[in-house]
Design a binder for this molecule. Structure first.
Ligand code: NAP
Length: 368
């Protein structure tokens, strides 16, 4: 198959985040890695400074963090790295954990995020996962989540009260825009009906995990909700980093792609979709070679072209890999290549189904 040349654009495009949100660069910087910890390994402030500078110079204006990332160190490192950058040049998104949504705790945690970021306002403040009685115990089980809970957090917060507090914090100027993350249609509609304008839904979306295409992406488009795609590289799997699935470290084999007994850290208890994953990876690598590209580049370009995607995140602590992703995101793929990528990952999409929770089994899907 002969693929037409990729179309080049000189700069990173910016897209409006839903009908009322800020304009975000199509590639955003994922900052979970910042601050170091068990999950991603070491992180040094000088290196984070370089990565953030590289991102800014390349036209990236969206930076994504969360209070949960490395016990707040991700926010702290990002805040330090952004010192001296004009505040209106960057959009910073951070997230609050569902167990912290009791009104007083929410306020304390929002202010703690502001302090760690060393900022007066959070541009986009997202509820990290839906707060719902059915799934709440999964967040409360600290042994499972590796989360230290504060006293009193075993009772499910009232979402109505949480929304009231978020709106007060917004009126005080501590939050510019509200958003959610990992919200399936019913949870997004529930919170929208309680009040407030949610400019974004941050969702897992990549070539190997297309569950969002079934319902939530069309719904976000219909409701004018922007979408920030995360794990665009499936934590390094959609690159040439690993020659076989056996090389993938335990932390990154917890997803529903892998059989449950691969890692003691896995929670989903399912058979996985390793055969479909391997078949897809083989086809994707062959296509990348045919196009004179790389799997990582195709994965970034495909995500940026996704239906209703405002911004695709790349998580990296390497300036070289960030450069590469910026170059990729600045070029759009020919429609026939996009179609070919869809076809190569269709059976994996069908095997994994419409669940948006990559870590829990379908019965425990925390997004619904
Ligand atoms: N809302 C949520 O629930 C949620 C969940 C997960 C993630 N997120 C957000 O999304 C961001 C991105 O997701 P993620 O960091 O989990 O996964 P990701 O972006 O899919 O992958 C990150 C991994 O890929 C590696 N990598 C990047 N480019 C590479 C390349 N060209 N070749 C080989 N390896 C490469 C990085 O290593 P190096 O550092 O060595 O480059 C890092 O280990 C996070 O930082 C976070 O902000 C949100």
């Amino acid at each position: 198959m002969n693929h037409p040349a990729q179309q080049s654009t000189s700069q990173l495009e910016k897209r409006p985040c839903g009908s009322s949100g800020p304009e975000l660069s199509v590639l955003g910087l994922g900052c979970w890695q910042f601050g170091g910890g068990d999950y991603w390994g070491d992180s040094k402030q000088e290196n984070v400074d370089r990565v953030v500078r590289t991102a800014l110079d390349a036209g990236i204006n969206y930076f994504d963090t969360a209070e949960m990332y490395n016990d707040g160190r991700s926010e702290e490192f990002l805040g330090k790295a952004l010192q001296g950058t004009a505040r209106d040049h960057v959009i910073v998104g951070t997230k609050i954990w569902p167990t912290h949504l009791h009104p007083q705790t929410l306020r304390t945690h929002c202010e703690a995020s502001l302090q760690r970021l060393d900022m007066d306002t959070i541009d986009i403040y997202m509820i990290h996962w839906p707060c719902h009685a059915r799934t709440y115990p999964l967040f409360v089980d600290s042994a499972v989540m590796g989360v230290t809970l504060e006293a009193g957090h075993t009772t499910v917060p009232s979402l109505e009260d949480a929304v009231g507090t978020l709106l007060t914090l917004q009126a005080e100027g501590k939050i510019r825009h509200l958003g959610v993350s990992n919200h399936a249609v019913e949870r997004l509609e529930e919170i929208r009906h309680l009040g407030g304008e949610y400019v974004v839904n941050q969702l897992g979306y990549n070539l190997a995990w297309r569950g969002a295409e079934y319902e939530i992406l069309p719904h976000c488009e219909k409701t004018g909700t922007g979408v920030i795609a995360y794990m665009v590289l499936l934590q390094g799997l959609l690159t040439d980093r690993y020659a076989s699935l056996d090389e993938v470290p335990d932390w990154y084999t917890r997803t529903r792609h892998f059989r449950a007994d691969r890692s003691p850290k896995t929670r989903h208890g399912e058979a996985g979709a390793e055969a479909q994953l391997l078949e897809a990876l083989e086809g994707l690598r062959a296509l990348a070679a045919e196009c004179g590209s790389t799997l990582a580049d195709l994965a970034v370009q495909w995500a940026v072209a996704g239906p209703g995607i405002t911004c695709a995140l790349i998580g990296t602590q390497s300036t070289d890999r960030l450069h590469q992703a910026v170059q990729a995101a600045s070029r759009s793929l020919a429609p026939e290549v996009l179609k070919h990528l869809d076809a190569l990952t269709q059976s994996l999409k069908e095997q994994l189904g419409p669940s948006l929770d990559i870590f829990e089994g379908v019965a425990n899907d925390r997004t619904r």
